[in-house]
Design a protein. Structure first.
Length: 110
């Protein structure tokens, strides 16, 4: 995903490739964990047209956090199939909230 790779490059440039590798491995592990009950995470506070949820990822011992914005589809009560999680956007947690225009853009990039 483009957002993760951009953050990875910034980490590698600012800190080290080793730290960047650990960060990327951790965020990918967090995303993989969304396969199990993704609706346990709260809805994003921004004004999205769909039910966009979020999880905050922070590597142990780090002050840097990233918000992972995602949607959950394909889940029904009469199906044993696991839900499908689509990652819409990954952004630094200290970034300003997503604007309405940005929200529409994020939703259409899916």
């Amino acid at each position: 995903m483009r957002d993760i790779e951009s953050a990875y490059v910034r980490f590698a440039d600012l800190v080290s490739a080793e730290v960047a590798d650990k960060w990327r491995d951790g965020i990918q592990e967090t995303i993989a964990g969304l396969a199990y009950n993704p609706r346990r995470y709260p809805r994003a506070p921004e004004n999205f047209q769909r039910e966009v949820r979020q999880i905050v990822y922070r590597r142990a011992g780090s002050k840097v956090a990233y918000r992972i914005l995602f949607i959950v589809t394909g889940e029904s009560e009469d199906s044993s199939d696991a839900p499908t999680v689509t990652i819409l956007h990954v952004r630094h947690a200290s970034s300003r909230p997503v604007t309405r225009t940005q929200a529409r853009q994020i939703e259409t990039e899916e």
